[in-house]
Write a protein that binds this ligand. Structure first.
Ligand code: UDX
Ligand code: ADP
Length: 478
């Protein structure tokens, strides 16, 4: 197959959009078209306010859009013209039928594959970018081959994306590695080389790893499962710290200096969120069950269970500290996104903390620098969070001003590690709150000593602060 000149990406989401912006900016000789079913999403990609917030992305898109980067709903045209097609559609956890709550829902992938088979009139390299269960590439290849036109050939590659939200541009520019899985044949090898040549515009050749398709698919699930497991492990230790007087930051530092363990992803928190970790671990659990490996499935399932425990445990700690009742108490929630530098709320721990507090009839005043208010309401009124949307409207106030959120509140609960939370005038906030004024730092980002000096009662993850130590009170929850 000759060099790739035209790329089409099906799915203009968190993965497809940024990935294609980078390819377009690094490969001026390649025309990149990102297509999506959603006209609204495409309109946003073509506007000044992009549908996703990623530091550095606006500039990249502005630089290439209309030159060699295009966003369009003309899916058939995009497919027809392309030499190489990325499939970057969503693969959410199934919420119906077999594998409900665990298996990945492959209906969007399948419909994209069928669309390719329906309209393609020339041979294509089809690249699965979305995270999928092992052997999904085989299913895609099957669909394409069963429907192919005479003279049209397909090679299916796996090229999982490892970008994290909030650092997508940096992760794409300087990836630790690029993984390409393909068929172990001459044609498979040629397709792998064609995709590798695109990446070699900016990624050193040694950082491009090639392997068989199944290893590539499994590597993506395994990477996310290991990362999620690390967070659940340190969060488990944070509970031990709170019960004993050890400090989880000190423990994390101590173990992180062992070069075999390393310092990253050891930040204890209120729990992990995001669209990938839970979905991919559940996906792995389901895969193991289907492979008749129940012990392996149970092993990975505990990573999710520990995450649930951490979120519940933190909410209970808030309630217990507030004299075992939060009914009608105003509580300011700082942060609704699942982590800083993104407006994404998928599986955000903040949603669950709000749920547990609303279940106890607390009045919440929520502030987040990036998340739209409609998104917050949509998350909080989702049937899995609340069965009474009217009650949610009564209990929740949304504000664009953190000082307003905290005014007359009994407590502030930090759910996301936004940098700006560190720089607020906490004296001014204290003066406007009811006393005793509480801060629960679910991300360990604030200067706790300073807050205590002001007069706050401070509680944080993985550590007993001095007032608890003096009274000998245990803040652990059985
Ligand atoms: C993750 C993977 O990092 C990325 O490689 C993959 O492609 C997609 O899934 P993402 O979900 O965007 O990326 O964010 P990540 O930075 O991994 O954080 C996930 C969650 O874990 C967040 O809620 C974050 O706050 C939490 N986290 C992360 C911790 O609680 N502690 C840590 O030490 C690190
Ligand atoms: P991710 O985080 O994996 O990028 P997103 O949900 O952000 O997932 O984006 C996936 C995008 O794929 C959505 O914009 C959705 O409209 C689009 N999509 C899903 N199925 C198809 C399809 N068959 N053809 C074109 N676009 C699709």
């Amino acid at each position: 197959m000759a060099d790739v000149k035209r790329v089409c990406c099906i799915g203009a989401g968190y993965v497809g959009g940024p990935t294609c912006a980078i390819i377009a900016s690094k490969c001026p000789d390649i025309t990149v078209t990102v297509v999506d079913l959603s006209q609204a999403r495409i309109n946003e990609w073509n506007s000044d306010k992009l549908p996703i917030f990623e530091p550095g992305l606006d500039d990249l898109v502005k630089q290439c859009r209309g030159k060699n980067l295009f966003f369009s709903t003309e899916i058939e045209k995009g497919i027809k013209e392309a030499d190489l097609i990325f499939i970057s559609v969503n693969t959410p956890t199934k919420n119906y039928g077999i594998g409900k709550g665990r298996a990945a829902d492959l209906k969007y992938i399948e419909s994209a594959a069928r669309k390719i088979a329906e309209v393609a009139v020339s041979s294509k390299i089809v690249v699965e970018k979305s995270t999928v269960p092992v052997k999904a590439a085989e299913s895609i290849a099957h669909i394409l081959q069963a429907n192919h036109r005479r003279g049209v050939h397909y090679q299916v590659l796996s090229n999982p994306e490892f970008l994290a939200e909030g650092t997508a541009v940096k992760d794409l520019m300087y990836p630790d590695r690029v993984l390409i899985g393909g068929e172990l044949s001459e044609e498979g090898n040629r397709a792998i080389m064609a995709l590798s040549n695109i990446y070699q515009h900016w990624v050193p050749k040694d950082n491009i790893i090639t392997m068989n398709t199944w290893s590539s698919e499994l590597s993506k699930l395994t990477a996310n499962a290991f990362l999620a497991q690390r967070i659940s492990s340190i969060n488990a230790i944070s509970a031990v710290c709170e019960a004993t007087g050890a400090d989880v930051s000190e423990v994390a530092h101590a173990i992180g200096t062992d070069s075999r363990i390393g310092p990253k992803f050891l930040q204890a928190s209120v729990g992990f969120g995001g669209s990938c970790f839970q979905k991919d671990v559940l996906n792995l659990v389901y895969l193991c069950e289907c492979l008749n490996l129940p012990d392996v499935a149970v092993y990975w399932q505990t990573v999710i269970e520990m995450n649930e425990f951490q979120k519940r445990r933190f909410a209970r700690r808030v309630i217990e500290a507030l004299f075992n009742t939060v009914t009608n108490k105003r509580i300011a929630i700082f942060g609704f996104a699942f982590k800083k530098d993104t407006g994404d709320t998928r599986e955000s721990p903040s949603i669950y903390i709000c749920k547990y507090l609303m279940d106890e009839q607390a009045k919440l005043a929520i502030y987040d620098p990036k998340v739209d208010h409609e998104q917050m309401i949509s998350d909080l009124t989702h049937p899995s969070i609340s069965d009474n949307p009217t009650r949610v409207q009564e209990l929740v106030t949304l504000t664009k001003d953190p000082y307003e959120a905290a005014r007359s509140a009994h407590a502030i609960v930090i759910c996301t590690e936004w940098d700006e939370f560190k720089d607020y005038d906490y004296q001014k906030i204290y003066d406007s709150m009811l006393k005793p004024a509480f801060i629960f730092d679910g991300r360990m980002i604030l200067d706790h000593k300073q807050l205590q000096k002001i007069g706050y009662h401070v509680e944080t993850i993985g550590k007993r602060l001095s007032d608890d130590v003096h009274t000998g009170k245990s803040t652990s929850v059985p």
